[in-house]
Write a protein that binds this ligand. Structure first.
Ligand SMILES: CSC[C@H]1O[C@H](OP(=O)(O)O)[C@H](O)[C@@H]1O
Length: 342
């Protein structure tokens, strides 16, 4: 398994700790999550982010939140389970992994309606741990599958952060880079800085540099230039929700990278665990897109970078139409067009 020097989500059976990703790259520090409210805040404020990571955090948050109600009677406990699950799912709307993980926790309780509250709590704890264990295995498998598309000396452009910080270990698209590195394959990664929250600059650049993988940071508006210069042979990105027809919601700016890749005849790969596929969502038109605060756009680190009271539009994600996607790589294998996830 990957010899990463950090773990994004650490649960010791009692206490949940998360890397506070808003502090990176200046500081690597952990915050403690005590209950569902802490989990909600950590997700909403993007102290933890990345589709699989927010799902795992919500699962643990639900367990920790319900632990406070261990002494309540069965009916009250179940009511609390439903209230907390709805609350946690509302923290961020786009990444389906969040609702998927919470629904999986609720289903465990529903499967054993006659259990004592203490037994249900044990089941919830072990379900949250299973979600994390499965994510770790899925990430490694995605990395192995990606080797089919990664060749020696290749230049690969990525957008946002899809690494160990966004998952339990390895990541999704970045899993391919880590596995290639383990195999002794040299790659040259170009990381878009990813305005406005800078996941590429703050997180991807930090992770890959720390792992000894060759990474070059570029501003988002430089992607066409590096492609035109022949530096990029593949684009690999993650996903927050993949609709039944393959339309993919990912970090804002992904769609324009996909358009550029098509223009320059560069393959464009989406890499995500199976839990990111939402067969109930027919197409990208049905994916809810989170809009975030204007503050993210008009200031950075407390410094004003735009006129006060300027109109701001800040969608956190966009949808890449399936026609622009060369293949979708999951832990189960690689899917080529036409995509049909039922
Ligand atoms: C491995 S999924 C990563 C996914 O999450 C990002 O969004 P955010 O930082 O807002 O949580 C982005 O869309 C990535 O592709």
């Amino acid at each position: 398994m990957m010899n990463s020097s950090f773990r994004t989500i650490v649960f010791d059976g009692e206490k949940l700790q998360l890397i506070d990703q808003t502090k990176l790259p200046a500081e690597l520090c952990y915050l403690v999550v005590n209950d569902e409210q802490d989990a909600f805040q950590a997700i909403r404020s993007m102290k933890v982010r990345g589709a699989p990571a927010i799902g795992m955090t919500a699962a643990y948050g639900l367990y920790l939140g319900l632990r406070k109600h261990a002494h309540k009677d069965h009916e009250v406990f179940y009511k609390e389970l439903y209230v907390q699950s709805v609350y946690l799912k509302s923290a961020r709307p786009t990444a389906v992994n969040l609702a998927w993980a919470v629904d999986r926790m609720v289903a465990v309780a529903q499967r054993h309606p006659n259990d004592l509250v203490a037994t249900t709590l044990e089941r919830l704890k072990s379900e949250a741990e299973s979600i994390q264990d499965e994510d770790e295995r899925a990430c490694r498998a995605m990395g192995v599958h990606l080797l089919e598309f990664i060749k020696e000396d290749m230049g690969i452009l990525t957008h946002c952060n899809t690494g160990a910080l966004a998952t339990s270990q390895y990541g999704t698209a970045l899993a391919g880079f880590y596995v290639a590195h383990e195999e002794g394959i040299t790659i040259h990664v170009y990381a878009d800085e990813t305005r406005p929250v800078l996941q590429g600059a703050r997180l991807t650049a930090w992770e890959l540099q720390r792992a000894g993988i060759d990474v070059t940071l570029i501003c988002d508006n430089m992607a066409a230039t590096v492609m035109a210069q022949g530096k990029i042979q593949a684009v690999m990105v993650g996903a927050d929700r993949i609709a039944a027809n393959g339309d993919t919601a990912n970090k804002i700016g992904t769609h324009q990278v996909a358009i550029l890749a098509k223009h320059f005849h560069i393959p464009f790969y989406v890499v995500a665990p199976w839990s990111t596929i939402d067969p109930k969502t027919q197409s990208g038109l049905d994916i809810p897109i989170e809009e975030r605060s204007a503050q993210e756009v008009i200031e950075w680190g407390g410094i004003q970078t735009a006129p006060k009271d300027i109109h701001v539009y800040n969608p956190a994600f966009d949808v890449t139409p399936h026609e622009l996607i060369t293949a979708i790589v999951t832990e189960k294998g690689t899917y080529h067009p036409p995509f049909k996830f039922l």
